[in-house]
Design a protein around this ligand. Structure first.
Ligand SMILES: [Zn+2]
Length: 88
């Protein structure tokens, strides 16, 4: 629940497409995979992007994160932390 956590989330969100394209440096990829299990918000984002790529075949360039999208995602992560949803 710290700014450090938020920064990790932003980093991860920005790296999702590279991760799915297997384009990350090994050490970055390791950090990415370390963060995921501790952060359902990022895990869900990863799944959403993965599904988008499956449907479209690729992620269009203009689907990459704009500052507005990034801000919205960060808000969503904070909201999730403030109000964790019960497991279905
Ligand atoms: Zn995260």
């Amino acid at each position: 629940m710290t700014d450090t956590d938020d920064l990790a989330c932003i980093e991860l969100v920005e790296l999702v497409t590279d991760y799915l394209e297997d384009a990350l440096e090994p050490d970055v990829r390791a950090r990415f995979e370390q963060h995921l299990p501790s952060c359902p918000g990022c895990e869900e984002h990863l799944e959403q992007v993965r599904r988008t790529i499956q449907v479209l075949g690729a992620l269009p360039q203009d689907e990459r994160l704009s500052p507005q999208t990034r801000a919205r995602l960060l808000d969503a992560f904070r909201e999730w932390r403030a109000h964790p949803q019960p497991e279905a």
